[in-house]
Design a protein around this ligand. Structure first.
Ligand code: PLP
Length: 379
C-alpha cells in the first residue's frame, strides 16, 4: 500500500537491508581523539576534551558558557534546578515531547502542567500559553506567577523544539517574562536549528542539548547546558561535579551535588563529531528536500521547517490523514524493513502524569494520531 514510499526510502539509502530510524555517523577524528584520551589516562571527567567540547559548543550556539553533562536528561534536571525549580513549584511544558522533558520536572519533585503545541511547529504554542496563563494565574506581591487552582508558584516553562523544528520561542520568552516565569529550553533535538537567525537553546535563561546515539551528533551519551549567565554556569559545573569545594587535598562538599559530568572519553568523541556538524546539517537538509519533493503530490504531508526558522531536520516526520492510515503506514513500512515510529504518546496520558493539570490540548491530540517519523540517518 505504501510501496512507493518504502522503495523511495530504500533508494535514498541505496539498500534493501533493514533501515534504522537514525544511525550515528563517524566519518572524522572520533577514533583518533578517543585513542588520545585513552593514551592520556584522563578517561574520566577531567581532561582537555571536556573543556574543548564545552568551548566548541558555546561558540557554535553563541552562548558565553557551556557545561557538559552525562546526558540530556541530567542537563535538563540541572537546568531546572538552576532557575530555582523545587518541590513547591510547577513547570509548564508541552504534552507532545520525549519523556525526558517531563521526567526532569519530576526529578525536581515539581508538578508539570501541560500546555498545547502549535500544529505548524509541533512545539509549545505561545497563544495557548498566553490563554492558559490569563485564565489560570495571577501575579503576587513578590512578582511570582501563582496558579489560581493550586496556589503554587509556576516557576519555569520548558518549550521543546520538536524533531529539530524551532518553536515560536521569541514569543514564548516574551510571555514568560511578563508572567515572571523562567524559560529553560529543551533543545535536545535542535542542535544546528535557528529561529530568526539565532540558535535554539539561547533564547531562554538556560538551554540544554543531548548527544545520545540517535541525535544529530553523539558522544554515546552526553548532554550540555548553555547559558549567558556566568553565575549559573559556575553553579552548573559545581552541582554536576558533586558540589566539591575547591581544596588542595581535602574532600569538602557543602550541599548534595550530582555526579553528572561528561567523561573525557565521551567528550573526545564529541569534539570529533562537532567537526562534522556543519556537514551533517547540510546533509540532513538535503535529505529533507528529497522527502519534500517526493511527498509533494501525495496524500501524506511532509513536515517542513516552520516560518522564520532554519531547521536541522534531525528527525523527518510526516502527517497521515487519520489514525487508521497512520497505523497502516507504520505496519507497512516496518514490515518491509524500513523503520518508522509514531510520535510520542502524550505525557498527560501516561500513568505518572495522568493527574497533571492541562490546558486545551486539541492540537497535540490531533498530531498524536497522525505524526510518524521516517528514516533520517545522515545520507
Ligand atoms: C533526547 C532528548 C532528551 C535528553 O535525552 P538523553 O537521552 O538523556 O540525552 C531530552 N529531551 C528531548 C526532547 C529529547 O529528544
Amino acid at each position: 500500500m505504501y510501496k512507493n514510499t518504502v522503495e523511495f526510502i530504500q533508494n535514498i539509502y541505496n539498500t534493501k537491508d533493514f533501515l534504522p530510524l537514525h544511525e550515528p555517523r563517524f566519518i572524522g577524528n572520533e577514533k583518533k581523539y578517543v585513542n588520545e584520551a585513552i593514551d592520556s589516562t584522563f578517561v574520566s571527567s577531567v581532561g582537555k576534551y571536556v573543556t574543548q567540547f564545552e568551548e566548541m559548543m558555546a561558540e557554535f550556539v553563541g552562548t558565553k558558557y557551556a557545561v557538559a553533562t552525562s546526558n540530556g536528561t541530567s542537563a535538563l534536571h540541572i537546568g531546572l534546578k538552576l532557575v530555582g525549580v523545587d518541590k513547591e513549584c510547577e513547570v509548564i511544558t508541552q504534552p507532545l515531547t520525549f519523556i525526558a522533558t517531563a521526567n526532569a520536572i519530576a526529578y525536581c519533585n515539581a508538578q508539570p502542567i501541560f500546555v498545547d503545541v502549535d500544529k505548524d511547529t509541533l512545539g509549545l504554542s505561545p497563544s495557548k500559553l498566553e490563554d492558559f496563563l490569563k485564565e489560570n494565574s495571577s501575579i503576587n506581591q513578590n512578582n511570582e506567577c501563582i496558579n489560581k487552582k493550586t496556589g503554587k508558584v509556576i516557576k519555569a516553562c520548558v518549550p521543546m523544539h520538536t524533531f529539530g523544528h524551532p518553536c515560536k520561542i521569541d514569543k514564548i520568552v516574551e510571555i514568560c517574562q511578563r508572567y515572571h516565569i523562567e524559560v529553560v529550553e529543551d533543545s535536545a533535538e535542535s542542535l544546528g536549528s535557528y529561529y530568526k537567525g539565532k540558535h535554539t537553546g539561547t533564547f531562554g535563561k538556560v538551554g540544554i542539548f543531548s548527544f545520545n546515539g540517535n541525535k544529530i551528533i553523539t558522544t554515546g551519551g552526553g548532554g550540555m547546558i548553555v547559558t549567558d549567565d556566568e553565575a549559573l554556569a559556575k553553579r552548573a559545573k559545581y552541582i554536576t561535579t558533586t558540589a566539591k569545594v575547591p581544596h588542595p587535598y581535602e574532600y569538602i562538599h557543602d550541599e548534595v551535588g550530582y555526579n553528572y559530568r561528561l567523561t573525557n572519553l565521551a567528550a573526545a568523541m564529541g569534539v570529533a563529531q562537532m567537526e562534522s556538524l556543519v556537514l551533517f546539517i547540510e546533509k540532513q537538509r538535503e535529505l529533507a528536500s528529497k522527502y519534500q519533493e517526493f511527498f509533494k503530490d501525495k496524500d501524506i504531508e511532509f513536515i517542513k521547517e516552520p516560518q522564520d526558522a532554519k531547521s536541522n531536520y534531525w528527525l523527518n516526520a510526516v502527517i497521515l490523514k487519520d489514525r487508521e492510515q497512520r497505523d497502516d503506514f507504520l505496519k507497512d513500512t516496518n514490515d518491509n524493513g524500513v523503520m518508522t515510529r509514531s510520535i510520542w504518546r502524550l505525557m498527560n496520558k501516561l500513568e505518572m502524569f495522568k493527574d497533571a493539570q492541562t490546558g486545551d490540548l486539541s492540537n497535540a491530540v490531533w498530531l498524536e494520531d497522525r505524526v510518524v517519523n521516517i528514516s533520517s540517518s545522515i545520507i
